[in-house]
Write a protein that binds this ligand. Structure first.
Ligand code: 4AD
Ligand code: MG
Length: 452
């Protein structure tokens, strides 16, 4: 039975026979010995294997082993005299499972740029940094479920194919059979697309089960080639019945702090790697975020601050215009130097479902901005009044009949409710310090790019 390197390094079963299945990182020969560093992906650290010519394939295979080759090693775990490692394996058997031709294998010992690694997305998880992102992402996905399940939220699998454009921004990828002209064209009887958000369907379940969340893939056909946009990303969307904007803000802040703390507790080695090589001071930054209250201003105050700023912005600042990434980052990085929740945006720049405030001009919206990224969470209290919602939808050019099911929720037992969306990759960016969102997901999809 194979033993994971992670468990070997934790439990250190000295004197026991262990079996390791992994990939060669490096091989070094001295005299009649070879030192082989092996990784099995279970943790950041490699395990050192010592082989010598008592192995019958030592000359024929072991001394030819190169970076990337796969091996199964059996041997005894011993205390290591070498610096920087506590244990090593003295191999009694090494099976070479798959070779990796050093002439063509693209990953060599030196550090490769992330741009280069994106071109070989089928091999990049074998690097220290991308492997670490993979493990942290998996852990955080688990922690998301843990956070909500511990609080009694029910997970809803909202649809991926939908006939509703939640954000109303016309950024839906269309779903068709490709058989244009025929009856088949609209497989569902009307135009359908890939979801831009599970929110509208999550609202259905919130108004039945109380507190719910959905966590799934989300698609946007926006031609934004930036370091924080993907055409396919994952979103965490809680939706709470009998909840207002204040309650929404609280749960969002609590969730973010919970997730940061979870990554630091459960992925300490990976997080140290990011702190050392990706963003110096990362751990201190994250620790600080978990200990401080988030700052809070209204959109109107944000506009005032931006107008008074000494900084020259590329995009104009005017009440009624949306905040751009440069504005968001200025506020969170330079003014507040911590996460910042901005609320009460103009109704004209926000989607139809947000609750109109008493002033008639703003909606009960909230965005959470974090240093280095800008918007990481977007949410709101929802418009629960039938007439107000219908008017907003008509104003947005929506055919009410297509969304009667959504309006019905305001007809039968409507309640104040609220929710938000956390972009999972933006969270991963924030936690790992990766500057480009393309490193926060295994297989990034961006305009013109989807290689496998
Ligand atoms: O602000 P957004 O568009 O909000 C919604 O979709 C709401 N329906 C959510 C809700 O209230 N249930 O998106 C929410 C978050 C953003 O703050 C951002 O983190 C992320 O989703 N996001 C993206 N992440 C990567 N690539 C993109 N193209 C993204 N667009 C949004
Ligand atoms: Mg938003």
């Amino acid at each position: 039975m194979k033993t994971r390197i992670k468990n070997i390094l934790r439990e250190k079963p000295l004197g026991e026979t262990v079996i390791i299945c992994g990939w060669v990182r490096t091989r070094r020969d001295t005299g009649g010995f070879s030192f082989i560093e092996v990784s099995d992906g279970s943790c950041l650290a490699n395990l050192q294997i010592i082989a010598d010519d008592r192995l019958d394939n030592y000359q024929s295979e072991i001394k030819q082993l190169s970076t990337g080759a796969s091996v199964i090693i059996e041997g005894e775990l011993k205390a290591s005299p070498a610096k920087g490692q506590e244990v090593e394996v003295h191999a009694t058997k090494i099976a070479v499972v798959g070779k990796a031709d050093p002439e063509t294998y693209p990953l060599q010992k030196k550090r490769h740029s992330f741009e280069f690694l994106r071109e070989i997305s089928h091999l990049r998880p074998r690097t220290n940094a991308l492997g670490a992102v993979g493990r942290v992402r998996s852990r955080l996905s688990y922690a998301v479920h843990q956070f909500f399940q511990e609080r009694g939220f029910v997970q809803v699998h909202t649809p991926i194919i939908t006939t509703s454009d939640c954000e109303g921004a016309g950024e839906m990828f269309q779903v068709t059979t490709g058989k244009a002209g025929g009856k088949e064209e609209h497989f569902f009887g009307r135009p359908a697309g890939l979801t831009v958000s599970g929110q509208l369907q999550a609202e259905v379940y919130a108004l039945a089960l109380g507190d719910v969340y959905t966590f799934g893939p989300t698609f946007r056909a926006e031609k934004s080639n930036t370091s924080r946009h993907l055409a396919e990303f994952w979103m965490i969307e809680p939706e709470m019945a009998f909840c207002d904007l204040q309650g929404n803000m609280q749960i969002a802040e609590e969730m973010l702090k919970y997730l940061l703390a979870d990554a630091m507790t459960h992925c300490p080695e990976d997080m140290e790697l990011f702190d050392k090589f990706i963003e110096k001071g990362l751990l201190q930054k994250l620790q600080g975020v978990t200990e401080q209250e988030f700052a809070h201003i209204t959109y109107t105050e944000a506009v005032d601050r931006l107008k008074k700023a000494k900084k020259q912005f590329e995009f104009p600042v005017e009440w009624g215009l949306d905040l751009q990434s440069e504005h968001e980052r200025y506020l969170t990085e330079e003014v507040f130097k911590r996460p910042l929740t901005v609320t009460d945006y103009p109704a004209t720049i926000k989607p139809f479902y947000m609750r109109v405030s008493d002033d008639g001009k703003t909606v009960a919206a909230m965005d959470i901005l974090v240093p280095g990224i800008g918007e990481i969470v977007g949410g709101s209290q929802r418009e629960e009044r039938y007439d107000v919602l219908a008017a907003r939808m008509s104003g947005a050019g929506i055919t009410l009949a297509d969304y009667q099911w959504y309006l019905d929720l305001r007809l039968y037992g409507s309640v104040p409710h609220a929710g938000f969306g956390l972009g999972f990759e933006r969270l991963i960016q924030f936690v790992t310090g990766m500057t480009n969102i393309r490193e926060a997901i295994a297989f990034p999809r961006t305009p013109g790019f989807a290689p496998c």
